[in-house]
Design a binder for this molecule. Structure first.
Ligand code: ATP
Length: 299
């Protein structure tokens, strides 16, 4: 289990991470969210032992993370770190050796991943000759070749097409099943929503929302209703107090309301029409993020 306890990081006078704490259990995928400059990369670097925190503690299975633990950690960072002149095989042999693996084991693992990512023909190709997406797959392989206990994925899907996103997602779920603790950052909320049971949202280094996604959603008022009724008259909806916006999407109406209590009068207003759908929508993580972070930025 990864435990981050009250870490703080100053760059000179600038406070980049402010008392951040969280835990990621084995087999759990954790989301670290925040706008540009919120402190995600700084946090990742502290966790990986590449940067000292100003205060606080990071441990993996109870032990402080330092250089001796690199064989337990794998990471895909935003700055892709491949050596272009090497072939895929040379590159992975190099990374595997750094993690203390035997050549025979590395090659066996590499064969498995190249097949999985459908790039087995690239074994002896130079990295610089590969497309960006395929380079990214190689970077991922270099991060997981040693079955890390802790896997850090900073924007892992950037630049991948939907088919390759799917392949990578399957690989991440596979590592989760094997018991790795995974931390994940992405600006694309639908990825976080699909992956992470637990998350924190950082604003200027400070946690503004944290917990299990399910609980966060439960606590968040549902404020959209979708209605489908062919004969619906829009003015009936406009008249309901608390309706803030009406959008028509194909044959459905998407109604924004300012509080949950509006659902009942809204239903009363439309029930005389031939209603084929009346759904109160769960808020998306994107909506929660924009509302929470946006409100702070407005201050
Ligand atoms: P992004 O989504 O853009 O990658 P981030 O959430 O990863 O952003 P960080 O890179 O951790 O954010 O930066 C957090 C804050 O610390 C920012 O205000 C940034 O300008 C500042 N910062 C980051 N690295 C340094 C550094 N080496 N020296 C001084 N300030 C830094």
């Amino acid at each position: 289990m990864l435990k981050v306890e009250n870490i703080t990081k100053y760059y000179g006078e600038h406070l980049a991470v402010d008392g951040l704490s969280f835990e990621v259990k084995n087999g759990e995928i954790f989301g670290l969210l925040g706008e540009n400059g919120a402190g995600k990369t700084t946090t990742f670097r502290i966790i990986m032992g590449l940067l000292d925190s100003s205060s606080g503690k990071v441990t993996l299975d109870g032990k402080k993370i330092d250089y001796s633990m690199t064989d337990k950690i794998g990471f895909v960072t935003e700055e892709r770190s491949l050596l272009g002149k090497m072939t895929v095989k040379e590159q992975i042999l190099f990374y595997g050796a750094l993690k203390g693996m035997k050549e025979e084991t590395i090659l066996k693992e590499l064969d498995y991943w190249l097949k999985k990512f459908e790039i087995e023909d690239y074994l002896n190709r130079k990295i610089k000759e590969l497309s960006k997406g395929n380079q990214q797959k190689v970077q991922f392989i270099s991060a997981v070749i040693h079955h890390p206990k802790l896997l850090i994925l900073d924007e892992p899907f950037t630049g991948l097409d939907p088919i390759n996103v799917k392949l990578l997602k399957e690989a991440i779920f596979e590592l989760q099943k094997q018991g790795s603790s995974i931390i994940f950052s992405s600006h694309q909320m639908e990825h976080i929503e699909e992956f992470c049971e637990k998350l924190v949202i950082l604003v200027k280094g400070k946690v503004i929302l944290e917990g299990y996604l399910e609980d966060i959603k439960k606590d968040y008022p549902k404020k959209k209703v979708v209605i489908k009724a062919d004969d619906l008259k829009e003015e009936k909806i406009t008249k309901v107090k608390g309706v803030t916006k009406i959008e028509k999407k194909k044959d459905e109406y998407l109604i924004s309301i300012d509080r949950m209590e509006v659902v009942d009068p809204l239903f009363q207003a439309v029930k005389s029409f031939s209603v084929r759908k009346f759904d109160v929508l769960e808020p998306t993580l994107n909506e929660i993020f924009i509302e929470k972070v946006g409100a702070l930025n407005d201050k």
